[in-house]
Design a protein around this ligand. Structure first.
Ligand SMILES: [Zn+2]
Length: 240
């Protein structure tokens, strides 16, 4: 194996490691969490409205009973009076009757709402339970996914140590520097020039590169490799 092949191997391992780390950071549960939270909130809102309607109904029914008894009182008083006294009583009675009509209208609306809201509770409750259940199931799948990724990363790290060990210290240091500065440890040679700084290499230098030697660009110090021919990276990234 040439030094450049080893460098490509290191590069592939690093690329793969980066992808796995990204997959590791992704929260595989967020969709389930959101769905469960939405269902929970919808149920809570429905229950809240239901209890508001119920207590409002109770309060208004009690106040209607008081109002009706007040009206009944006035109406029975009216039977025994005439003239000015009767008109005074009538004057008191009219707004009470109007108020009663309004209260009955509101009560009717509340009862309708109660009738409509009641049947919504049960499906909302089932949906919330279902979503919570799905989240629980997804949790164990997610744990498994994370465990597999961690294991693969650990194996890749071990392999990387071995590969890195087989490189010269200076070349490895240049590779690591490139990774830190440019996100890539390697730079391909293009038409006899450095792919980064574009400096043209002398013939003997190009010959060594073509033989697979591991060299850094004399100008910008990036590690140089010949473009890969044939199939892509040896270590295909596996989606987990
Ligand atoms: Zn260069």
């Amino acid at each position: 194996m040439t030094v450049q092949q080893i460098l490509w191997q290191l590069h592939d391992l690093d690329q793969q490691g980066t992808r796995w780390n990204e997959q590791l950071e992704r929260d595989g549960l967020s969709v389930y969490r959101q769905r469960s939270e939405r269902a929970r909130q919808a149920l809570a809102a429905c229950m809240q409205r239901m209890s508001e309607v119920e207590s409002d109904l109770e309060r208004r029914q009690q106040s209607l009973v008081r109002l009706e008894s007040e009206i009944g009182q006035l109406q029975s008083e009216l039977k025994s009076v005439h003239g000015y006294e009767a008109s005074v009583l009538n004057h008191r009675l009219q707004p009470l009757l109007l108020h009663k009509g309004q209260q009955e209208e509101i009560l009717l609306q509340l009862m309708l709402e109660q009738e409509e809201t009641g049947p919504q509770l049960s499906p909302l409750r089932s949906e919330a339970e279902e979503a919570a259940q799905e989240l629980e199931e997804a949790r164990s799948e997610e744990q498994e996914r994370v465990a597999i990724l961690r294991q693969r990363l650990a194996q890749a790290n071990e392999q990387r140590l071995l590969v890195a060990k087989s490189l010269e210290v200076e070349l490895l240091a240049a590779y690591e520097r490139g990774r830190k500065c440019y996100g890539l440890g390697l730079q391909e040679v293009k038409t006899g020039r450095c792919g980064r700084c574009r400096v043209e290499f002398p013939d003997h230098f190009q010959r060594l590169l073509k033989q697979g030697e591991g060299m850094a660009c004399p100008t910008c110090q990036v590690v140089l490799v010949q473009p890969r021919t044939g199939q892509g990276p040896v270590n295909e990234s596996r989606q987990v």
